[in-house]
Design a protein around this ligand. Structure first.
Ligand SMILES: [Zn+2]
Ligand SMILES: [Zn+2]
Length: 742
């Protein structure tokens, strides 16, 4: 059986004519497949084809691929559409819960109802007929009736959720509306039938009593009753009876059965007690009387006619799919709340974006629904609103999801992004967390995670998606994937060999952005992963503050949804520190041998640490430090400081393992200056320690190299002239000293 088979009659709307990549054998009318590895491929030779999507192409799809195939690029509008319609989506739901496939017939339902609704008189009945066998049979029948009730109520709730799913898909893709309408009508009619069936199996008075019990005050417990004396000391008797009361109340308030059904709880008092113990039976008898008295006590205030109120409850789409694509929040409700919905729902209003159930309930139930903690939020309504006319017309107001929201249409044809679009994307298998480039009138072009984009949209942001990381062209990253000639000769280690001598060309290179790409490629094992990671890196690099890359969305289990592979952080950050000695002021207490060189273009380099100024307990850690947390990466708990701030931060107390911070990777200019500053610093150091004359010529020629900066390089290294002057002064002083020695 193929679920959700896409057939040629399904309107494709604006996606008609979209070009998709499919596979087929040579023959002219050969079946089309979404992948060359489809198990239904009969020929050994299948070729890739660009096919225009229309009814005839759909007719040629193999059934397997037409039901489950992912033949659109993930994350595009067409992929969201196909996912919503095929598989376990719209086509599957339209055929569900729509005709007379009743599990139980009317007679069975009547039998179950008579047992369930009158079970409160069971006590007298079994006393009259007598005999344990008769009682056993009765119990078996009641058990069966309960099973019927659970199944019938579940069937109704399932139909409710199913219709809701259908209407959400139709709202998102409105060209499906008239095509789906006859089957939507059938589902809607069926829903009413199922609701009525469910209502027949729940006793309204039991629901009212349960509501009354939920607000009952603690009763006076008969602690001094001699029947309970065998429970122990007076204090122990009080504890046992209090525990019995609490268990009884919690069982009654969540149940759709009459409170009397919970009398078996009395037996918990005799746990661990021999059945021959003297006084046990009297105690249990007395306890059952006590439970009966509590039930009567609860019934007293609600006896007679009580008022009614009309409440409304919206079945929010988020609720319906909060715990996974197919689960429903309705499954989290108590039996009592199911019973209330089945018994008192007077209408379901489908006019808005989400269905709204109207309930006409007795006062005690209304009070509880309005106050209780439930996944559903009930509201009071002045009066039952008449059912809105045509549920389909209202849906027209919802934002349609056509081409131009998520996919590669020309930019001038882009559609404004709406919250509902993102929800549809999240519900789609390919709708995973990643980075997006978006454009809004207010803030211009920005890069953010899908989770952050959802928050923006919810707050009313208006803009369009320019591209997701996965949309970026491969050409952008091909060069980074090609190993350079130098690398081919060097070994294949993830981390570059440390270079301590600034005279070496490679000094400082481990801090560079280019090294970030190299490390990322080596850390990602899988080829597909590495492409997406490099594209994410390209986007992430445009963020002014890397803490904004924090995962804000969560998966169904509450784990953060990361926008990219962990290795991307190594592309963004060098998990090492700058050696700042050349820039430390001369004679500074923290630095033994500072040369007082200007920080120049390095001043603004970002550092990320847990604690830049020693404000918190413990040492400061780098985002890559295992002392901190298992996940490498920064979030809002980190501090972002400039290297300049860090150089003068007195309280900074670094962890000896990680060095205390990670630096945002350096540009080529920054690496060049970092190396030049270290070369100069090194020369200063040697000239102090080495008073000989042998190497002076060599030092002088190195110095010339550091001094002969052209105007462009000088501007790139030193944002202000004063720093350039300072650089030259240090060099001139050193040169004078060396020349004097020569
Ligand atoms: Zn196939
Ligand atoms: Zn650390």
């Amino acid at each position: 059986m193929s679920y959700g088979l896409l057939t040629p009659d399904v309107p494709l709307g604006p996606f008609e004519g979209a070009v998709v990549t499919l596979w087929s054998a040579q023959a002219k009318d050969a079946k089309l497949h979404s992948t060359s590895s489809c198990s239904y491929v009969r020929s050994a030779f299948v070729a890739e084809r660009k096919v225009q999507l229309d009814a005839s192409a759909v007719g040629r799809l193999c059934t397997q691929c037409a039901s489950y195939g992912s033949w659109a690029r993930p994350g595009t509008g067409l992929a969201v559409f196909l996912d919503a319609v095929t598989g376990m989506g719209l086509l599957y739901e339209l055929d569900r819960c729509c005709d007379g496939e009743d599990g139980f017939d009317d007679v069975e339902l009547d039998e179950a109802a008579s047992l369930l609704l009158s079970s409160s008189v069971r006590g007298e009945e079994s006393a009259q007929t007598g005999g344990e066998d008769a009682e056993d049979d009765h119990w078996e029948e009641v058990r069966e009736a309960r099973r019927v009730r659970e199944s019938v109520v579940a069937e109704w709730l399932d139909a409710l959720v199913s219709l809701h799913r259908v209407l959400r898909v139709v709202a998102m893709f409105p060209w499906l509306r008239s095509w789906a309408e006859p089957r939507v009508q059938r589902k809607s009619d069926r829903l009413q039938v199922l609701r009525a069936r469910a209502g027949r199996l729940v006793a309204p008075d039991a629901l009212v009593l349960a509501a009354a019990v939920s607000v009952m005050k603690e009763p006076d417990l008969p602690v001094d009753d001699p029947a309970f004396a065998l429970l122990g000391t007076r204090g122990e008797v009080a504890d046992s009876l209090m525990s019995l009361w609490r268990q009884w109340r919690s069982a009654v308030e969540d149940s759709w059965d009459h409170p009397r059904e919970q009398e078996y709880l009395a037996y918990r008092l005799s746990r661990g007690m021999s059945s021959r113990r003297k006084g046990r039976d009297q105690m249990l008898e007395r306890a059952q009387v006590l439970l009966g008295a509590w039930a009567e006590e609860a019934a007293r205030p609600v006896a007679g006619d009580c008022g009614e109120r009309v409440l409304a409850v919206a079945l929010d789409g988020g609720f319906l799919s909060a715990s996974g694509r197919r689960a429903s929040v309705l499954e989290q409700l108590s039996q009592w709340e199911w019973g209330v919905l089945a018994t008192y729902t007077v209408s379901v209003d489908w006019a808005g974006a989400e269905p709204v159930l109207s309930l006409r309930v007795p006062e005690p139930i209304a009070a509880r629904l309005l106050l209780q903690r439930s996944p559903l939020v009930y509201e009071h309504r002045d009066d039952e609103k008449p059912l809105a006319g045509d549920r389909m017309t209202a849906l027209e107001m919802s934002p349609a999801l056509g081409p131009g929201v998520f996919d590669d249409t020309p930019v001038h044809g882009r559609q404004l992004l709406r919250q509902e679009h993102l929800r549809a994307l999240r519900d789609t298998a390919g709708g995973t967390e990643q980075l997006y480039v978006v454009l809004g009138l207010g803030a211009g072009v920005e890069v953010m995670t899908l989770g952050a984009l959802e928050q923006r949209c919810a707050a009313g942001w208006q803009g369009v998606i320019l591209a997701a990381a996965s949309d970026l062209p491969d050409a952008l990253i091909d060069a980074a994937l090609r190993p350079s000639a130098a690398e081919a000769v060097e070994n294949d280690d993830v981390w570059a060999r440390p270079v301590y001598d600034p005279e070496e060309e490679a000094f400082g290179r481990s801090l560079s952005a280019a090294e970030g790409e190299r490390v990322l490629v080596r850390l990602c094992r899988e080829k597909r992963e590495v492409r997406q990671a490099l594209k994410s890196l390209a986007l992430a690099r445009s963020l002014p503050d890397l803490r904004d890359l924090e995962a804000v969305a969560e998966d169904e289990q509450g784990y953060p949804l990361r926008p990219f592979a962990r290795a991307v952080w190594n592309g963004l950050l060098a998990m090492e520190q700058l050696d700042l000695e050349p820039f430390a002021p001369e004679g500074d207490e923290h630095w033994a041998d500072g040369s007082g060189l200007p920080l120049g273009v390095l001043a603004s380099v970002q550092a990320y640490t847990t604690d830049a100024f020693g404000r918190f307990q413990g040492r400061a850690h780098s985002p890559g430090c295992a002392h901190r947390r298992p996940y490498a990466g920064v979030d809002r708990h980190d501090e972002k400081v400039s290297i300049e701030e860090l150089l003068y931060a007195k309280g900074f107390n670094a962890c000896s393992k990680c060095g205390g911070y990670a630096v945002r990777r350096l540009s080529d200019v920054q690496v060049a200056y970092y190396r030049a500053a270290h070369r100069l610093h090194h020369l200063i150091q040697i000239s102090v320690s080495d008073s000989g004359t042998a190497d002076v010529e060599k030092y002088l020629s190195r110095l010339d190299g550091l001094c002969s900066l052209d105007a462009q390089a000088e501007q790139a290294w030193f944002p202000d002239r004063g720093q350039a002057r300072q650089w030259r002064q240090v060099i001139n002083r050193l040169r004078a000293g060396l020349q004097a020695r020569a």
